[in-house]
Design a protein around this ligand. Structure first.
Ligand SMILES: *Cc1c(COP(=O)(O)O)cnc(C)c1O
Length: 398
């Protein structure tokens, strides 16, 4: 029997919930304050003041006490009416599930699936919108990055397709897997609504959602009939008692947490943060490419420009991904994300979003390589060496 090597800090390398920094955890550890006066009000102000910059917008954001699904519901219920036609651009799993929610809530949903391992095709979108001269389609729902496939959509290209068709549909983008990790510029890119959640790149436990409506989404809100009292934007006004913004008691502990996380993001800076995610993702991709072998491992996303910088899906071919994950977890203390849908048991995912640095990534890659070798898997070459070389190329820059 092998000697277990897992004691010590556990590394959970799943694509969310991601690692919560000690600073954020410490910020949460406090007695309950007054919710009508005092420090909590300034925490709310600081959080709400930071949200626009995070999403690259001049629009105010809303905070939900929920996971990402709650942010989805806030987005839909505030902008749509029953019977509205909604186009869902899916490149994995999550946009489709958001579309199912829209359908449940009374919208008519048309799903457009990307080719396997590819981003959604803007030309296909443009064509579909051109075939809608009476503007039945009220919204286009999509994800920035799909966390199951690790495909990244080209949001500016999707916007350009909508503009080329001269179509008024709202562009609503799920940035749950990318906010704070990947370049996202809501206003510059012409996004009408963006949303995120606390537990992916934002380094905070699950429990908060964020929704940024642009001017056109706020206009749609005026005549939306899916509105419900709890999620309603108009009711969540900043004029009046503080608790109205949360439609009830604020998520106090989480507010202290996200304030600390947003401070950390500000200290690092968004541009350096996006760059860090890209460099670490490049190292992971270099490793997988080096491991690649016929019948063995490969990157799920074929097109380099469509690869996410916050999560990587690795196909394992004939290699048993569950056994690989078991060895990593039980013997080495690294938990990998399991594959979903068509690659269940034949893929795994590495989450690299938020509070992640080079030694964490190198540690995860080293554990995977050791596990592969222990299984007798034929690999093309050392992924760890390739990842180190990839990082070295960055470090050598002057
Ligand atoms: C995680 C995730 C979701 C779902 O978020 P929950 O907090 O589990 O509701 C939705 N979309 C994307 C892109 C995600 O990564």
């Amino acid at each position: 029997m092998p000697i277990p090597l897992a004691a010590g800090p556990e590394i959970v390398a799943i694509p969310g919930p991601s690692v919560v920094p000690a600073r954020v955890l410490s910020a949460m550890h406090r007695a309950m304050p007054d919710i009508y006066d005092g420090e909590l009000l300034s925490v709310t102000d600081e959080v709400f003041d930071a949200l626009p910059g995070l999403a690259g917008t001049a629009n105010r954001g809303f905070v939900t006490i929920s996971n990402g699904h709650g942010a989805w519901e806030m987005a839909l219920s505030n902008t749509l009416s029953r019977g509205d036609l909604v186009l869902v651009l899916n490149c994995g799993l999550f946009a489709a599930v958001w579309g199912e929610m829209a359908s449940f809530n009374g919208a008519r949903v048309e799903l457009v699936n990307a080719e396997l391992g590819r981003a959604n095709d803007p030309a296909q979108l443009e064509q579909r919108l051109r075939a809608d001269p009476h503007h039945q389609i009220k919204a286009v729902l999509t994800v920035h990055v799909d966390t199951s496939s690790s495909v990244r959509n080209d949001i500016p290209a999707i916007r350009a397709a909508i503009d080329a068709a001269d179509h008024p549909a709202l562009l609503m983008v799920d940035c749950i897997a990318t906010m704070g990790c990947e370049r996202f510029l809501m206003d510059e890119w012409g996004v009408d609504l963006a949303l995120a959640a606390s537990q992916k790149g934002l380094m905070t436990p699950p429990g908060l959602g964020f929704v940024w409506p642009g001017a056109r989404a706020l206009e749609a809100h005026q005549h939306a009939d899916m509105r419900t009292r709890y999620w309603d934007w108009t009711a969540r006004t900043e004029h009046g008692p503080h608790y109205l913004r949360y439609c009830g008691t604020p998520p106090i502990t989480h507010l202290f947490a996200i304030r600390e996380a947003l401070r950390m993001i500000a200290e690092e800076g968004l541009e350096p943060r996006w760059a860090r995610h890209r460099v670490l993702a490049d190292a992971i991709r270099a490793a997988v490419d080096a491991w690649s072998a016929p019948g063995g491992l490969s990157l799920h996303v074929a097109e380099p420009s469509e690869r996410a910088n916050s999560v990587t899906t690795v196909r394992t071919g004939e290699v048993d991904a569950l056994e690989l994950a078991r060895i990593c977890t039980e013997l080495m203390g690294v938990t990998l994300g399991i594959g979903v849908r068509e690659f269940d048991g034949r893929s795994f995912r590495i989450g690299h979003m938020g509070h992640v640095n080079a030694p964490m990534v190198m540690g995860v890659l080293g554990a995977i390589e050791a596990a592969l070798s222990s299984m007798g898997v034929a690999i093309g070459g050392s992924g760890v060496a390739a990842a180190a070389a990839s990082l070295a190329a960055e470090l050598a820059k002057t």
